[in-house]
Design a binder for this molecule. Structure first.
Ligand code: GLN
Length: 386
């Protein structure tokens, strides 16, 4: 048997795949993998169906339909006051995760170091390792998962090639403030360090907080790849449609990698999105809509034995179960799925070395009835013996 010298020897199957399969097997309510269980934006669905029927079914341009890139540029100017060239600085990608992988692959050489905050979305570290680079992890500080900027300064070496940030944050729902962005800007000034910014939850931000896009900070933008997702905006995560924004020279290198991977993204959705993106209300109303779901779920969990942590954005809210059990978060999540009928994600899965603070992640991007049924089951759990 011919064998592969694995690029990812320590990586198993993604926790989302594992927990969704377990949820299906045990018919558990799935608050694990982050996806809405309610219908996507119907107008966008209709526009896309029409684009297919109308015959927009061949390759799109490698960088994406210009009309869509123009719509994105207009949106960014209005939201973040930054004039981005649709021709040179925006590329449509098959999803936000693909955009992040492509950004890493564009810049990383073997031996480079990348600073990653943990818990970290599960694709970052394997992306770095697959490129022969080295993840340098920095823990976020509980309970609000804040960044210790002094530790960031101390972690920079001659080999640091990039830092990846993510706000609103998956899995914790923490968000970066204006002060955080200024600290980052000060640290990166006079360095050759790139910034990758995962902003897929840009419109899912609560309690009147403002999303601090890197696009609002020209000095930071000059060294950044910023990655976005349409799936999170229009409740269609299965579409795998996103885009990346970067300064011209950086984007030109990004496109060299992209053109020999996916080459281009699905055409019909691009035709539809070019039109639909002009409707501001569809994305402006999203934070209020999703905040209601967070509020509902948190209030339904009020009398449970879980301690809910703060979520200021994303699809997610975390909780500790320290009053219920001392078993590991992975064991706890498996047990909850199998015996208590609710699937969740153990936050320990988002650490390279599995640090376990006994925290689990719930996805609240669900119908009211799903949240109510899940909270009822969760509230009945008082104690689990180890
Ligand atoms: N982003 C989704 C989550 O965090 C999962 C995506 C995936 O399954 N790879 O749950």
């Amino acid at each position: 048997m011919i064998s592969i010298n694995s690029k990812l020897p320590s990586t198993g199957t993604s926790i989302f795949t594992v927990m969704s399969a377990l949820a299906n097997e045990h018919k558990a309510i799935n608050l694990g993998q982050g996806f809405p269980d309610f219908p996507m934006d119907q107008q966008l669905a209709e526009l896309t169906a029409k684009a297919i029927i109308d015959g927009h079914n061949q390759y799109a341009p490698m960088a994406g339909l210009l009309s869509l890139r123009e719509s994105i540029s207009t949106k960014i100017l209005s939201l973040y006051k930054n004039a981005i060239s649709p021709e040179d600085c925006i590329t449509i990608t098959p999803g936000g995760t693909y955009a992040i992988y492509t950004a890493f692959t564009t810049i990383l050489q073997p031996g480079d170091e990348v600073i990653v905050f943990e818990p970290a979305y599960d694709s970052y570290i394997p992306n770095i390792i697959a490129n022969g680079a080295v993840p340098v992890t920095i823990p976020l500080i509980l309970p609000d998962y804040k960044i210790d900027w002094d530790l960031v300064s101390q972690s920079i070496t001659k080999k640091t090639k990039a830092i990846i940030i993510n706000s609103p944050h998956n899995p914790t729902g923490s968000v970066l403030s204006h002060e955080d962005m200024l600290s980052l800007q000060n640290i990166l000034r006079d360095t050759n360090i790139f910034l990758i910014s995962d902003e897929v939850y840009e419109h899912l931000i609560f309690d009147g907080k403002q999303h601090q896009s890197v696009l609002k900070y020209p000095e930071l933008f000059s060294r950044s790849f910023i990655c976005f997702s349409f799936g999170k905006v229009y409740n269609c995560t299965g579409w795998k449609q996103g885009y990346c924004i970067a300064p011209k020279e950086m984007m030109s290198e990004f496109r060299k990698v992209h053109q020999f991977n996916a080459f281009c993204s699905f055409t019909p959705t691009q035709v539809a999105l070019a039109e639909h993106l002009k409707q501001e209300n569809a994305y402006i109303s999203l934070s209020g809509f999703m905040q209601q779901k967070r509020d509902l779920f948190v209030s339904l969990m009020k009398d449970s034995a879980f301690t809910m942590l703060n979520s200021y954005g994303s699809y997610f809210v975390c909780a500790t179960y320290e009053n219920i059990s001392t078993i590991s978060a992975m064991e706890f999540s498996v047990l909850m799925t199998k015996n208590y009928g609710v699937a969740t994600i153990p936050v320990s899965a988002f650490y390279l070395h599995g640090n376990d603070d006994r925290v689990i992640r719930f996805c609240f991007a669900k119908k009211e009835e799903t949240l109510t049924a899940a909270a009822e089951k969760l509230s009945a759990i008082k104690s689990i013996a180890s």
